[in-house]
Design a binder for this molecule. Structure first.
Ligand code: MN
Ligand code: MN
Length: 457
């Protein structure tokens, strides 16, 4: 009787076959390859397009004709990507949408970044997204981004990832002189204006005057990239950890990497559309930018493009956009916090996602009294439960932490606004937003299997 009546969360290792577990470890290799090539949203778009083209997707130009069986990607400004494939059923039956984000917290350069002070040269920075600032100090960093020069040409920069590249660095205080800082709160001890990136210390040869170290840096940048200091004014440059993904643990069951949030959901949602394109349902996979800063802007989820594309697809196939939206379903694909026994005080264990217990379905996110969340309906979750059961997907529910301890949001509410049933689904993460975040290989695979069931049934 107990077996029948009592719900018990189980790990993937307890209930999945060996084949599934082996497939999960194999699947993780493709993910790591994607992740290592995608340190920024721009790079994540480039690597996603490469995968899409390999899977028969072609570039879509707004207004071009659309027919059943077509597989397209739409590149929005190089930072936000839409993949869609047209199914065989009538378009008024709706679209299955999976929306994740490909931007991750990091340290951006300010528009006038370069200066020299007391024998060293630095970049001034402005952090992007929610970071615990001390985690980014005394850490090898790489510089990624683009510079638009005065003549309008674009220079791509990625330096710090190869073993023979130099790296960059944010100085930290030595413990010997840390007494005053140690007495402060974490919020006060690490002012954002101290996050300056060390970029040089050697003065230029054969020049007179001040700021010779800065001048030397500019000379090197000019020799290598053809840029001047003024070109920083029209640049997007950011510092990310100078490290690729690595297995964690003697058993290699976990992956430590920068940017799991949210490439660990972007990758499986893409895999699912590649695998299920050409089936009954019309599918859309959205890789959004700017989630970490509130989904604003022309490449964030608040932009009208998703709705515009739905209008275009509906009209092209003889459907009615409002009916397509009403019958569409969405998985807002984002990570959530995994219960961590080292910080048990912030979690309510019964309702936390546990590592290795499969994909998390989060009915709501938000903060306080469920403020700022779209809160999915029981009916929609019930429907998802049924389709996941068809493929034996191992899933769990999760809340970010204890009520009133903090909170967070996802893109879910911006999609639900369009009259589309939406719920958050994704991978549990340890140390979310840290320079090295941790996920489990079997949770990643169950997330892929969940997206696949969503695209299929
Ligand atoms: Mn996220
Ligand atoms: Mn995040």
């Amino acid at each position: 009787m107990r077996e029948e009546l009592v719900y018990k969360k189980k790990t993937v290792y307890e209930c999945a076959s060996n084949e599934i577990i082996e497939a999960a470890y194999e699947y993780a290799k493709g993910y790591v390859e994607y992740l290592d090539a995608s340190k920024t949203e721009r790079e994540a778009v480039i690597s996603a397009i490469a995968l899409a083209e390999k899977n028969g997707f072609k570039e879509y130009v707004l207004g071009a004709p659309i027919a059943v069986g077509d597989k397209f990607y739409f590149n929005n400004r190089g930072k936000n990507l839409f993949l869609f494939s047209i199914g065989t059923e009538h378009i008024n039956n709706g679209i299955r949408i999976a929306a994740s984000h490909i931007d991750s917290p990091r340290v951006d350069l300010k528009p006038c970044p370069l200066y020299e002070a007391d024998g060293m040269s630095f970049f001034k920075t402005h952090y992007y997204g929610g970071i615990r600032k001390y985690q980014w100090m005394a850490l090898p960093l790489a510089l990624h981004g683009v510079v638009i020069k005065a003549d309008g040409t674009k220079v791509d920069i990625a330096i710090g990832d190869s073993a023979d590249d130099p790296i960059f660095y944010i100085n930290d205080l030595l413990p010997h002189l840390g007494r005053a800082t140690n007495a402060k709160t974490v919020a006060d001890a690490f002012p954002a204006e101290n996050l300056n990136i060390l970029v040089g210390s050697r003065p230029i040869d054969g020049e007179e005057g001040s700021d010779l170290i800065k001048l030397n840096v500019l000379k090197i940048l000019n020799d290598k990239y053809g840029i001047t200091e003024e070109d920083f004014l029209s640049a997007e440059l950011c510092c990310v950890p100078a490290a690729n993904a690595r297995d964690i643990g003697f058993d290699r069951s976990l992956i430590g990497a920068y940017g799991h949030d949210d490439k660990v959901c972007a990758y499986p949602s893409m895999s699912a559309i590649f695998e299920n394109a050409g089936g009954e349902h019309t599918l859309m996979c959205i890789l959004a930018d700017k989630e970490e800063t509130g989904s604003e802007g022309s490449t964030g989820m608040k932009n009208s493009l998703m709705s515009d594309l739905i209008d275009i697809i509906a009209n092209a196939l003889g459907g009615t956009p409002s009916i397509v939206r009403a019958n569409s379903k969405c998985l807002s694909a984002d990570v959530s916090a995994a219960y961590d026994p080292n910080f048990s005080q912030v979690f309510e264990k019964r309702n936390s996602a546990l590592l290795n217990c499969g994909v998390i379905l989060m009915k709501y996110t938000g903060a306080g009294g469920k403020s700022g969340t779209s809160d999915a309906s029981a009916e929609y979750i019930g429907w998802l439960r049924q389709i996941m059961a068809k493929d034996g997907v191992i899933w769990q529910t999760g809340e970010l932490g204890k009520v009133d301890v903090g909170g967070g949001g996802t893109v879910a509410k911006f999609i639900a606004e369009y009259n589309i049933d939406t719920v958050d689904l994704g991978v549990p993460v340890i140390s979310m937003h840290a320079p090295c975040e941790v996920i489990s290989k079997v949770d990643l695979y169950e997330t892929y299997r969940a997206f696949s069931a969503f695209c299929k049934y």
